[in-house]
Design a protein around this ligand. Structure first.
Ligand code: FDA
Length: 307
């Protein structure tokens, strides 16, 4: 109930305006977001790289219905990738892109505009010696996102996909994407989805996650195991061994600000660990999904407000 309410609040412009004007919002948000500017993204990436971790950077924004805004997002990614290239961070840092931030939901030609814009970001990533992963959004965009992924991979085969274990279709999508060279991030899924398309209990989602992970690890691609769940991390580590995987052919991923100790522990034990680092001004949707995942985060937010 609380999760659904928070995710619904994440879609509400009125609640967004109210939350954004709260005096403490930014300091609380900064627990999950690197900062507002490109410099913040580069600073945090350099620190994580120096600490032996990898990074995927997300320029915050989603669901744009404004072509100029989509263009501004592409320009922000191009500037970010140029900065990563100049600092030799291309080996350690890639970018994550939400297609809805680069035009996918525009009323006319949205899919084509998103593909063209994503192509420009992939080209900038290639020039910087790195790759792009397409974030996955709600289920109404899954087919379109996978179509765009296939088109991008013709010229940029390193482009990564995200699959969400809570969707009933995902085990099949894993089978389709477990091919050589295919980078696939497996996460549980962060949106409010109907039971028609998604598993709704934690146990069902976790079981689906493990089934999907087996398919990816048994395949020939590059699985990216994105979860903070201690049980699933332990299961993943044992499946990695069972399928004869080694650190260079898969990675663990976690979000910036969440289970930092565990990220360091995995990296110190020799695993490849990538941290998803969001930055920018459009933090509201991302932040509300993090609150929805964990009641303790909501308590932290409310405590900061009354202090
Ligand atoms: P779960 O939510 O069950 O949490 C397990 C434990 O992890 C908790 O008990 C707690 O200890 C810790 N934890 C989890 N979330 C926390 C939080 N917010 N704050 C503090 N502790 C927390 N989703 C999506 O739909 N599309 C996408 O493209 C992506 N991309 C993505 C990239 C990466 C690198 C990660 C790690 C996650 C995503 N996600 C995502 C989000 C994902 O779908 C999911 O919502 C979150 O990862 C939370 O699920 P967990 O697997 O961590 O387990």
């Amino acid at each position: 109930m609380l999760r659904t309410a928070l995710l619904a609040a994440g879609q509400s412009a009125a609640i967004r305006r109210a939350v954004e004007t709260l005096p403490l919002s930014r300091s609380v948000v900064n627990r999950f977001v690197a900062g507002s500017h490109l410099d913040d993204a580069v600073r945090v990436s350099s620190a994580l790289a120096a600490d032996g971790r990898h990074v995927t950077l997300d320029y915050l924004g989603e669901d744009t219905l404004d072509a100029d805004q989509a263009e501004a997002t592409v320009a922000a990614y191009e500037a970010l990738l140029a900065a990563l290239g100049e600092r030799g961070l291309g080996e350690r840092a890639e970018v994550s892109v939400k297609l809805s931030a680069v035009g996918q939901r525009l009323p006319y030609d949205g899919e084509k505009i998103a593909l063209d814009n994503a192509r420009r970001i992939c080209a900038a990533a290639e020039a910087a010696g790195t790759t792009v992963t397409l974030d996955m959004e709600d289920h109404t965009t899954t087919d379109s996102t996978l179509d765009i992924l296939r088109a991008l991979r013709e010229d940029h085969p390193g482009t990564g996909a995200v699959l969400q274990a809570y969707l009933r279709r995902t085990e099949d999508d894993c089978r389709a994407l477990a091919a050589a060279g295919s980078r696939v991030r497996l996460c549980k899924g962060a949106y409010a989805e109907p039971a028609r398309v998604a598993f709704t209990t934690r146990a069902e989602v976790d079981r689906s996650y493990v089934r999907c992970l087996r398919v990816l690890l048994a395949g020939e691609g590059y699985p990216m195991i994105a979860t903070h769940d201690p049980r699933l991390v332990a299961i993943a580590a044992s499946l990695v061994r069972r399928y004869g995987r080694s650190p260079g052919d898969h990675e663990f991923q976690m979000l910036y600000g969440i289970r930092d100790d565990e990220q360091r522990r995995l990296a110190a034990a020799g695993s490849t660990v990538r941290v998803y680092v969001p930055y920018g001004e459009e933090w509201y949707g991302y932040f509300m999904r993090r609150l929805a995942e964990r009641p303790a985060n909501l308590a932290f937010f409310l405590r900061a407000l009354v202090r």
